[in-house]
Design a protein around this ligand. Structure first.
Ligand code: FES
Ligand code: FE2
Length: 385
């Protein structure tokens, strides 16, 4: 089915009476296809991390909602995203991540592209021994680039190229988190992945709210309680929650990660966790940030790619390894605690008796905010009282 206005109207009602998105939004492959254009291709979505291709010459193929894309860092260090297909007969260009110091060579007929996408050589294209042909204008046959932007360590893309600058798209959140907008550093031991059997939206929804803390995260809740949290809602852009009692991690010998410079006082004990729609979950603290890029792998399966970032490069040194690993372990435990609920909600979406559910007016505003964004983009009419 395709979700239409009548399916979506209850989602845009006021929080007190609204219902959540209908079950089909979580279980129906054709709605999933509808979302790809409405929620992903038309805006800025998270593709991966700049750290996926850290060195000049690094390439990494990425399947994004069924589309073969390629992240590539050129010799000057610029990261770009291309469609991972040759301009000749559409062969997949790069099959595995690696380093290509010289060029991207198509394995079919050996057309070669620079890492910045320019078509460099076309062997025998004019017949044996003739590497040029008047009809093959190399200048116009470079790799097809996808608009991309790097922020908070995440590579964001706009597939249809019509979303306008990323800076405008994320202006409100960038303003709110200006102190964290600087070069960030991560390492392989600070990146991990989780596979979850749920639609990607349930991962967003669960991340947006702190309501579940006492029961799902008793460890976290022991020092950062429900009443220490507040909701964050920026309609049409992002939502999430913040805490007033963040405590930096201490090593056994009393060290802690260096703070971001010039932080406002709010961040001494504050931390914020926000889903920037559609698919990136972000967390900021005085001494580290993290990002989770949700990669939908079908209607009921999602890969969560997590990376933790530090403000000073020296934290990547061997002497910080144990502490970096401890921080990654701590976050992984928290995110693993959430798996049974997102997977349980996914199974629940197969109950024909479920009507989208009702929201706590006090606690679920951020989730409703996300639903309203999705419903509007899927074609709901603005709610009129
Ligand atoms: S398909 Fe790439 S060179 Fe022919
Ligand atoms: Fe959680």
């Amino acid at each position: 089915m395709t979700l239409v206005e009548t399916d979506l109207a209850p989602v845009l009602a006021p929080l007190e009476t609204a219902r959540g998105l209908p079950n089909a939004a979580y279980t129906d492959p054709s709605v999933h296809a509808q979302e790809q254009a409405a929620l992903f291709a038309s805006g800025w979505a998270g593709l991966g991390f700049a750290a996926d291709v850290p060195e000049p010459g690094d390439v990494r193929p990425v399947d994004f909602l069924g589309q073969p894309l390629l992240m590539a860092r050129d010799r000057a260090g610029t990261l770009r995203v291309f469609h991972n297909v040759c301009r000749h007969r559409g062969m997949i260009l790069v099959a595995a991540a690696g380093n290509l110091p010289r060029a991207i060579r198509c394995p079919y007929h050996s057309w070669c592209y620079e890492l910045d996408g320019r078509l460099r050589t076309t062997p025998h294209v004019g017949g044996p021994g003739t590497n040029r042909h008047d009809a093959i204008d190399r200048g116009s046959l470079g790799l097809v680039e996808v608009a991309s932007h790097e922020w908070l360590g995440v590579v964001w893309i706009n597939l249809d190229g019509r979303a306008g600058p990323f800076e405008d798209h994320a202006a409100t959140l960038r303003g709110r988190w200006a102190e964290f907008d600087r070069p960030l550093h991560t390492a392989p031991d600070s990146m991990f992945e989780l596979e979850v059997a749920c639609n990607w939206k349930l991962a967003v929804e669960n991340y947006c709210e702190s309501y579940h803390l006492p029961w799902v995260h008793p460890g976290l809740n022991s020092y950062s309680r429900l009443e220490d949290h507040y909701n964050i809602e920026a309609p049409g852009a992002f939502s999430g929650q913040g805490t007033l009692v963040y405590r930096p991690m201490l090593s056994e010998d009393g060290r802690r990660f260096p703070d971001f410079p010039d932080l406002a006082r709010k961040w001494n004990e504050g931390a914020e966790y926000v889903a920037l729609y559609p698919n990136v979950l972000l967390g900021v603290h005085r001494d580290h940030t993290f990002a989770i890029v949700l990669c939908p792998e079908g209607t009921e399966r999602t890969r969560e790619r997590v990376a933790i970032f530090y403000t000073e490069e020296r934290v990547l040194g061997q002497d910080w390894h144990a502490m970096r690993a401890a921080n990654a372990r701590m976050w992984k435990e928290v995110f693993v605690e959430d798996i049974f609920v997102v997977e349980g909600m996914q199974r629940g979406r197969h109950a024909t008796g479920f009507d989208g559910g009702r929201f706590s007016p006090a606690m679920d505003g951020p989730t409703h905010c996300f639903h309203a964004w999705a419903a509007e983009r899927l074609g709901a009419r603005p709610y009129v009282t």
